[in-house]
Write a new protein. Structure first.
Length: 185
């Protein structure tokens, strides 16, 4: 058994760091969410920010958009041309994707400064792309309502997870301690 631990030490260390980071960040996030009473339809602050920013992006591009609190569930209704196009709930705010991203970067950590800067930069990029994703999704669903499942269930998750995957590849190949070292001339 000891032979296998030695043989797979790198993988086991990666897995341990990933799971610890993921569990810790998920615990912190769940603790944050527990401050809000779902029975009273309270919406967490970050989801409200994402909804407002999505509306603001739509308005910036001259799309008639507004938001109001949902009175039937904890969420925010996003309207386009006075038509309800999305219910932005906690799962739409992108934080679970960011937690997954951060956990992976920590598992393949490099120098502390680079790791922190990459986590901040990557998290901001994911957040910004998520806000644009929601805005674009609303507009596309308005014009192509029959494509809702394809847009919401396939293309947009593929896009956001594709970006996260590309960030991971960039991290491992350029910044982590496993990145190939180039010879200095």
């Amino acid at each position: 058994m000891k032979k296998y631990f030695i043989l797979y030490k790198s993988f086991l260390l990666f897995l341990t760091r990933f799971l610890l980071a993921y569990l810790l960040l998920t615990f912190v996030y769940e603790s944050y969410l527990n401050q809000f009473d779902a029975k009273k339809f309270e919406v967490d602050g970050f989801t409200q920010i994402v909804a407002k920013q999505s509306k603001d992006v739509m308005i910036f591009f001259n799309f008639d958009s507004s938001i109001i609190l949902n009175i039937k569930e904890p969420g925010i209704n996003l309207f386009y041309n006075q038509r309800l196009m999305a219910r932005i709930i906690e799962g739409c705010n992108g934080l679970s994707v960011i937690i997954l991203f951060i956990s992976f970067v920590i598992a393949f950590s490099g120098k502390i400064k680079q790791t922190i800067l990459f986590i901040i930069g990557g998290s901001l990029l994911i957040h910004i792309l998520n806000v644009f994703r929601i805005a674009l999704l609303c507009v596309l669903m308005y014009y192509y309502p029959k494509q809702q499942h394809l847009l919401h269930g396939v293309l947009f998750p593929l896009f956001i997870y594709g970006v996260v995957f590309m960030l991971w590849i960039m991290w491992v190949n350029k910044f982590s301690k496993y990145a190939p070292k180039t010879a200095k001339s």
